[in-house]
Design a protein around this ligand. Sequence first.
Ligand SMILES: Nc1nc2c(c(=O)[nH]1)N[C@H]1C(S)=C(S)[C@@H](COP(=O)(O)O)O[C@H]1N2
Ligand SMILES: [Mo]
Length: 308
Amino acid sequence: MTQKYSLPYSHVTPEPAYLNRRAVMAGIAGAGLVAASGARAQEVPVFEIQGFDTTETPNSFEEITSYNNFYEFGTGKDDPARHAHALTTDPWSVEIDGLVERPGSYGLGDILAKVDIDERIYRFRCVEAWSMVIPWNGFELNQLLNMAGIQPSAKYVRFETLYRPEEMSGQNRPILDWPYVEGLRLDEAMHPLTLMATGLYGKELPNQNGAPLRLVVPWKYGFKSIKSIVKITLQEEQPVNTWKAINHREYGFYSNVNPDVSHPRWSQATERRIGGGVFASRVATLKFNGYEEQVADLYRGMDLSKNY
Ligand SMILES: Nc1nc2c(c(=O)[nH]1)N[C@H]1C(S)=C(S)[C@@H](COP(=O)(O)O)O[C@H]1N2
Ligand SMILES: [Mo]
């Protein structure tokens, strides 16, 4: 049937990793993590410390919460911080439907009572070629999908953001097709790196970052990490994601971070790390955003320049 992961979450990101990274690294050195792909259990190489690399300091809370993309509140980087307070995030529920055993409306409180919240310090790379390092709190998406029960015929997961123009001012304008939609292949969705974030820096997720529940897929461009999710659908067909629908020559479905495949209007070989101030410099972009060892197997045999 569907994939199950038996890895101890603590091996991926022991908490409190960002406070105590050196100690933690000693603990996980040599620990392989087991990710099952289909029926075949496979050894994923030792988790590269890249996810919480000592050489990469997390961005500040201030940086992470003041430079955002959340077009439901406007297209300026400071628009979300200025306007997203208008969003009511409690009560919140997520409709899970399609090819699941237990479709229905899942209240956020009920979800949170059943999942393990971890801390994950991930690189975050926007398709616009800026990046940050973000200490998220959240749970693996596979826990939520397993809660709903995945039917054997499910192949993709479709996600939808809230549509509430009274509170999301940008939705009154034709900036994008509303609601914002994203999608993942089921094996991508089940991967232990794929997170449903509920917080950052140990605090509740700020509205501008996609409260109360947003996807984080660290090896893909930021637009895949859809915010303020209200609907999850398991289906057989590949979902049509918002940015691909707008311009399929520039934005694809897979959207894996790839320094070798340029955006038609700019190179993806380097990125600008936010927060460097006068020392801001461009750093090399890594394949799969530095998570190649964890995720490359998902794409064996695929031409990533075609499946961009
Ligand atoms: N619903 C929704 N989700 C979204 C977006 C958006 O405009 N609307 N922007 C995406 C883009 S382009 C990026 S880079 C990230 C930004 O996340 P952050 O503001 O938390 O850094 O959110 C993604 N998720
Ligand atoms: Mo982005």
